[in-house]
Design a protein around this ligand. Structure first.
Ligand code: FAD
Length: 405
C-alpha cells in the first residue's frame, strides 16, 4: 500500500520512478484496514483520496472511534472514545485500496518478479539494486517500501542487530457478514462504529467495511508471561488453526464474542511482530525506508498504514520541492528522517502500550474506571498532528539558514 502510493506521489512530483515488486502481481490479503483522520489527510494531500473513497463503499468518511466493552460476561459498556467533528476515517477492504490506486499508476514503471536481495553503492553516490533473478538497476535514490521483513532495512541499520521481534501476541483474522452475525444473535452493534472487546491478555477488534455489510474481525491473544523478543517464530508467521483452538482461546468470554468467533471459518493465526527498539535512523546514504520497513508496529492503534502514508506525503513534498536537486538529495532525506522518525517511532511505542491497556482488564485489580481513564486521549497524538505544518516549519528554518534544503 505504501510503495504504490509513494510511486504515484513521486511521479506526480515529476520524478522518474520505477517499482520493483517481488511478487508476480500486486496483491493484498483479503482483510480490512482502518484509516484514521491523519491517514486520510495524507491521501488528500497526495491527491488520491477521492479515488480511494470511490472504492471504499463509504463515499463520506465516518466516525472511526471505538466503543469499548468487556469481553467476558454481558459485554458491559466501558467507554465510547469521544471524537471531534473532524475525527473521521474509513474502513476499506485492502484489495479495494489497490484497485483504487492501480489506475493512477503507469504500468510501464512496474517490474514484477524482482526480489531485491542486496544494494551496492558506487563512487558517484548512486546505488545499484540487485535482484534474485541476477539483474540489477542503478538509481539515485532507493525507497525501501518492502514491508515488515524488509531487505532494504539491512542496508540502513547495517551494524545493528535486526530489531524485528515477536510481540508474544497472535491475531486471528476474518471477515464475516453483519447480517449473519445479527441473525445468529449478536446484540452488540457492530455496524455503527468499531468495537473493542477487552479482557485479560486477550482482546477482539471489530469494524464494519464494504458499506457496513461485512464485519472485519481481529482477535488477539497474548502470552504476557514471556519477555518480548524471547521467542523466535519460524516463517511464514501465519498458520491455519482449528475452529476449536480459536474458541478454546476465548473460553469464558461472553455470548457475542463467542458467536463472532464461532463464525470464523478456517481460522488463521498471525504471529504479530514489530520493531523493538525502533530504528535510530530511517535513512542511510541515499536509501530511505517508508511504511513497515521503517516502523513495523503492533496494530493496536490501527495506525501502521497511516504512518506509512504520512512517510509518503513528507517524502514526496521534500523530493518534489523546487529546491531539491541530485546534489542535495542527501540533505532532503535527512530532513525526511528528522520529521518522520520521531513521530512514527512515537506511534510505534504507543501502539504497544495501547495493546497492554486493552488486555489489562481483569488483571492486577484493574477496574473499569481505571481502564476508562487510561483510554482517554490515546488516539489524540496520532490523529491530531499537523504534518503539513511540520514541513512548512522545516522549510522556513532551512530558508532562514539560507540552506538549499
Ligand atoms: C492484524 C493486523 C491488523 C492491522 N490493521 C491495521 C489497520 O487497521 N490500520 C492500519 O493503518 N494498519 C494496520 N495494520 C498494519 C498494516 O497492515 C501495515 O502497516 C501495512 O500493511 C504495511 O504496508 P507496507 O506497504 O509498508 O508493507 P507491505 O504491505 O508488507 O508491502 C511490502 C511490499 O514489498 C514487497 N516486497 C517484500 N520484500 C521485497 C523484496 N525483497 N524485493 C521486492 N519487493 C519486496 C511485498 O511483496 C509487498 O508488495 C495491521 C496489521 C496487522 C498485522
Amino acid at each position: 500500500m505504501c510503495g504504490l502510493l509513494c510511486a504515484i506521489g513521486l511521479k506526480k512530483a515529476g520524478i522518474d520512478v520505477h517499482i520493483f515488486e517481488a511478487a508476480p502481481k500486486f496483491d493484498e490479503i483479503g482483510a480490512g484496514v482502518g484509516l484514521g483522520p491523519n491517514a486520510l489527510r495524507a491521501l488528500k494531500e497526495l491527491g488520491v483520496l477521492d479515488a480511494v473513497l470511490l472504492r471504499a463503499d463509504e463515499r463520506v468518511p465516518t466516525e472511526r472511534s471505538f466503543t469499548f466493552v468487556t469481553g467476558a460476561g454481558a459485554h458491559e459498556h466501558i467507554y465510547d472514545y469521544p471524537t471531534l467533528p473532524q475525527d473521521v476515517g474509513i474502513g476499506i477492504y485492502r484489495p479495494a485500496f489497490l484497485e483504487a490506486l492501480l489506475p493512477l499508476l503507469d504500468p510501464l514503471i512496474t517490474h514484477f518478479n524482482k526480489r531485491c536481495t542486496s544494494i551496492s553503492c558506487s563512487d558517484q553516490g548512486t546505488h545499484a539494486l540487485h535482484f534474485a533473478d541476477g539483474t540489477a538497476h542503478e538509481t539515485d535514490l532507493v525507497v525501501g517500501a518492502d514491508g515488515i521483513r524488509s531487505v532494504v532495512r539491512n542496508f540502513v541499520v547495517k551494524n545493528e542487530p535486526d530489531p524485528l521481534v515477536f510481540s508474544n501476541t497472535v491475531a486471528y483474522r476474518a471477515l464475516v457478514s453483519a447480517d449473519v452475525l445479527e441473525s445468529a444473535g449478536v446484540k452488540t452493534n457492530l455496524r455503527q462504529r468499531p468495537v473493542c472487546f477487552v479482557g485479560d491478555d486477550r482482546h477482539i477488534i471489530t469494524f464494519p467495511i464494504q458499506g457496513k455489510k461485512m464485519i472485519n474481525i481481529v482477535a488477539f491473544s497474548t502470552n504476557s508471561r514471556l519477555l518480548v523478543g524471547s521467542v523466535t517464530i519460524p516463517l511464514p508467521w501465519v498458520e491455519s488453526v482449528s475452529e476449536k483452538e480459536l474458541l478454546d482461546e476465548y473460553a469464558g468470554w461472553g455470548n457475542d464474542a463467542r458467536i463472532i468467533l464461532g463464525h470464523i471459518q478456517q481460522p488463521s493465526k498471525w504471529y504479530i511482530h514489530y520493531l523493538d527498539p525502533p530504528l535510530s535512523s530511517y535513512i542511510h546514504q541515499r536509501i530511505v525506508l517508508i511504511g513497515d520497513a521503517a516502523h513495523a508496529m503492533a496494530p493496536h492503534l490501527g495506525s501502521g498504514v497511516g504512518q506509512g502514508f504520512e512517510d509518503v506525503f513528507v517524502l514526496c513534498a521534500l523530493l518534489g520541492h523546487p529546491n531539491t536537486r541530485k546534489a542535495n538529495l542527501e540533505a532532503a532525506i535527512r530532513t525526511y528522517d528528522s520529521i518522520r522518525r520521531p513521530r512514527a517511532n512515537m506511534v510505534l511505542r504507543q501502539s504497544s502500550m495501547a495493546g497492554e491497556i486493552y488486555e489489562a482488564h481483569g488483571k492486577d485489580g484493574e477496574t473499569i474506571q481505571s481502564l476508562r481513564h487510561k483510554l482517554k486521549g490515546i488516539w489524540a497524538p496520532v490523529w491530531h498532528h499537523d504534518l503539513a505544518a511540520d514541513i512548512v516549519t522545516v522549510m522556513d528554518s532551512l530558508h532562514a539558514r539560507k540552506a538549499r534544503l
